[in-house]
Design a binder for this molecule. Structure first.
Ligand code: GLC
Ligand code: CA
Length: 573
């Protein structure tokens, strides 16, 4: 801890408002699939820098960069070799500085992805641990155990990793280490003071370089408490997950770690921000989001819901109340690098509570069964996104969703990269389908992603969704996002909304925000008469007779002032 207050690099467009994050529109960049500057097939930092004008025109307040650190890519970069460097395959620290400067000069903040639950097996401390004997201080930074059985040849427990397969891997001298994810991702032991100190160093390293905040990967996993005799997988699964005392997940002590990070965040002006990726019970998110902790937490509730008015209403109400109680603002997200893109999800049969992350039978079938209704999926995705961008709180947009990009299902097995595909054969197809490099142009070897090929195969239809194809089309999804994000900036107000009743329709939601910003979404297929909602006279294309003005709509309104099914609109009245 230093006493000096560090200051952010001053640029004209960035304010020093410490609350900038509360209702920010944050664009998630998956760097290796965003833009490739040198034709090696891998997106890179100069590629991002070159696209700053695109991000400016899109109108986002911040970008969150998925990991850009040196990595063997055993898990798309979430296996970090060195937390304080840039992967030479995608750039240098100098290029990182150039990127930050360009983003800041455009008024766009930068959020880095921090991966504190595990390192990679190539991290210098894990290599040291392997070279050191059992019981040594080098091993104590990770979670090593002796095996069971006469010769210790059985793993310490029958636990499985999140990606499938065993959660323990044996090293040369016979000990085993714990990995909650792939075997290349050994879990840190957060009881170890050196580990704690090293992460504080990392937080300062990037904050000093101008990073405005952190997205904290697997934030609910760091604190662990493994008893001498380990429970079986069945026993572990049967333990309550929400009492703060589960051996592996969401333990109460994890918040001591975040309190120490908060002290570092507050050394800066404005304070660095953080958002927790914590897959915990909704009631337990508040502690991650507290002002003495990380400050904000993802809520994945809409991402896990169907396109359904009742589900949306209840989720929104719950999360706005919960955020208010915690002093934070909530977060909304439909798509990211871990789930099937929502333009596709909404064209498939309803989830009905099934896990959105894994096992989607559609993906396993290579995208053939059940059949996707592409048009419906896109229509709903556009409506849901416009509706979401009107909500109080932060909105997270995943690269490509502003193009209405569908999931890519038919990636050949030998071109897949995701460990969850290899570790869980026949059960999990993996997440490569939402990580296919972006189409920037209608044609070309990688549809403008770069001068060469793309590191994951792009389907022949990708050009239809390219930036080039959508740029000049006022009806495109890109035009919709641009219009919505621009209007959102103008309309932005406090973090409240008021639900307005919709008589006789349980498939329509209508709320108003201060200043007369009305947001309406029809989840069903029947149109709704806007006059019946007190928004009479509204029609496509702006100003209207008796008061209501259509600001943005996810699809054309009828001349009779009706909002069609599966369509959302913002109006001012
Ligand atoms: C998070 C990331 C995911 C990664 C995992 C392990 O869930 O979003 O992509 O595989 O953590 O780091
Ligand atoms: Ca490249």
């Amino acid at each position: 801890m230093t006493d000096t207050l560090r200051t952010a690099p001053s640029t004209e467009l960035l304010t020093d408002d410490p609350t900038w994050w509360r209702q920010a529109a944050v664009y998630q960049i998956y760097p290796r699939s965003f833009a490739d500057s040198n034709g090696d097939g891998i997106g890179d930092l100069p590629g991002i820098t070159a696209k700053v004008p695109y991000l400016t025109q899109l109108g986002v307040d911040a970008v969150w960069l998925s990991p850009f650190y040196p990595s063997a890519l055993a898990d798309g970069g979430y296996d970090v070799d060195d937390y304080r460097d840039v992967d030479p395959k995608i750039g240098t620290l100098a290029q990182f500085d150039e990127m930050i400067d360009a983003l800041h000069a455009a008024g766009i903040r930068v959020i880095a992805d921090l991966v504190p639950n595990h390192s990679s097996d190539r991290h210098v401390w894990f290599q040291e641990a392997l070279a050191a004997p059992a019981g040594s201080p080098a091993r104590a930074r990770y979670i090593f155990r002796d095996g069971l059985g006469d010769g210790g040849e059985l793993p310490p427990s029958d636990w499985t990793s999140i990606f499938g397969g065993p959660a323990w891997t044996r090293v040369a001298d016979g000990q085993w280490y714990l990995h909650s994810f792939a075997s290349e991702q050994p879990d840190w032991d957060w009881d170890n003071p050196e580990v704690r100190e090293d992460f504080l160093t990392t937080l300062r390293f990037w904050s000093d370089r101008g990073v405005d905040g952190f997205r904290v990967d697997v934030a609910h996993g760091l604190a662990k408490s493994l008893p001498e005799v380990l429970p079986s997988k069945a026993e572990l699964d049967a333990l309550p997950k929400a009492d703060g005392d589960h051996p592996l997940w969401d333990r109460d002590e994890v918040h001591e770690i975040y309190a120490s990070w908060r002290e570092v965040f507050d050394e800066y002006d404005p304070p660095r921000i953080a958002v927790a990726e914590a897959w915990v019970e909704p009631s337990r998110r508040a502690r991650y989001a507290s002002a003495s902790g990380l400050g904000q937490a993802f809520n994945f509730d809409l991402l896990e819901a169907d396109f359904d008015a009742t589900q949306f209403h209840d989720i929104i109400t719950y999360n706005l109340d919960a955020a208010e109680a915690s002093g934070s603002s909530t977060t909304w997200v439909f798509s990211n690098h871990d789930v099937v893109r929502h333009a596709t999800r909404y064209g498939l049969p309803a989830l009905d509570g099934r896990d959105v992350k894994q096992g989607a039978e559609w993906l396993l079938s290579g995208g053939t069964s059940p059949e996707v209704d592409v048009e419906t999926g896109l229509r709903r995705a556009r409506a849901a996104s416009l509706f979401m961008l009107g909500l109080p709180g932060s909105a997270y947009v995943y690269q490509g969703e502003e193009l209405g990009l569908p999931e890519v299902a038919d990636i050949p097995a030998d071109e897949r990269q995701d460990p969850s595909f290899f570790r869980n054969p026949g059960v999990d197809i993996g997440r490569d389908g939402c990580r296919v490099p972006l189409p920037w142009a209608c044609e070309g070897s990688s549809f403008g992603f770069g001068p060469g090929d793309a590191h994951l195969p792009q389907p022949s239809w990708f050009g239809e969704y390219s930036v080039e194809a959508e740029d000049a089309d006022p009806a495109s999804t890109l035009a919709l996002y641009r219009a919505a994000l621009a209007a959102r900036r103008d309309l932005q107000t406090d973090e409240t909304l008021e639900w307005l009743p919709v008589d006789g329709r349980d498939d329509v939601l209508h709320f108003v925000r201060p200043g007369g910003w009305h947001v309406v979404c029809v989840f069903g297929t029947e149109p709704v008469d806007l006059a019946a909602l007190g928004l009479g006279g509204a029609a496509s294309g702006g100003a209207v007779s008796d008061g209501a003005e259509v600001l943005v709509a996810s699809g054309p309104l009828s001349d009779a002032g009706q909002l069609p099914g599966e369509t959302a609109a913002w109006l001012r009245a």
